[in-house]
Ligand binder design. Structure first.
Ligand code: PGA
Length: 250
């Protein structure tokens, strides 16, 4: 196992994530990237939009696939992952990537999940980026999800449904569709983005605790190229029983 942990202070966190993403896209302009939504990645997306406006990166030949989506929200609900990613990233780019949302309105949810899974598998994934839920979820792989979990329709925990309302949802979502942990582990490279003291304990559990379905993020350590981008507040609980290959860069 090789987990690289980048611990970055304050505002530079977003810039560092953006810089690495720009480097990946520059190295492989047709890269296929899975992207999350949430409060964590927002500043990094703002930094990417600013860099693209300065001509430092062009996402026009890349493909962006959505990590997960809520069910039961209006198509234009501001909390919808598709709506949010368009608002925070895609629509801000003059040269937009091909965007593959999860078509939760066009088909029964199980079919939408299958179609998204096919889209992911057919072209493969160069880089998958995920955030970390306070309950240890990744995407909407809620506690109870194992490393073999496939792309599927899921029930949300109360905390995930409540999070959607903090993102501005008009009503709590009735469920979700998420890429499975299996697909995240199959990506060429995997990044976990974590900021804030509220994620300190769950990040320590994910990286240093037992591998367990109680904390689905713990399975990400199986990936041979996992990089964790944490700010100092989120990384404050690391260090105890850190795996020997875990390297903190402060
Ligand atoms: P957040 O959500 O970025 O809004 O904290 C992360 C997640 O639940 O995956």
């Amino acid at each position: 196992m090789s987990v690289r942990v980048e611990v970055l202070a304050g505002a530079s966190w977003a810039d560092a994530v953006a810089s690495e993403l720009v480097a990946r896209i520059t190295a492989d302009p047709t890269i296929r990237i899975v992207l999350p939504t949430g409060d964590t990645p927002s500043p990094a997306y703002r930094a990417i939009v600013a860099r693209a406006a300065r001509g430092e990166v062009d996402l026009g030949r890349a493909t962006v696939l959505l990590l997960d989506e809520y069910l039961g929200l209006a198509p234009d609900d501001p909390a919808r992952c598709e709506v949010r990613l368009r608002r925070e990233l895609i629509d801000g780019l003059d040269s937009a990537p091909r965007f593959v949302p999860i078509r939760a309105d066009d088909a029964p949810p199980t079919e939408a999940a299958r179609a998204h899974d096919r889209a992911v598998v057919e072209g493969g994934i160069g880089l998958a980026i995920v955030g970390l839920g306070r309950n240890g979820h990744v995407g909407l792989n809620e506690p109870g999800s194992g490393h073999g979990a496939g792309t599927r329709v899921v029930e949300l925990t109360a905390s995930s449904a409540a999070a959607a309302t903090t993102y501005g949802a008009g009503r709590p979502p009735s469920g979700g569709i998420t890429l499975g942990i299996d697909r995240l582990l199959a990506a060429d490279e995997l990044w976990l983005l974590v900021t804030g003291s509220g994620k300190r304990d769950v990040l320590a559990a994910a990286l240093e605790g037992p591998e367990t379905t109680a904390c689905p993020a713990s399975f990400l350590r199986r990936h041979p190229r996992l990089t964790v981008f944490a700010d100092a507040a989120a990384a404050a609980g690391l260090g105890g029983g850190a795996p020997s290959s875990l390297r903190a860069i402060v």
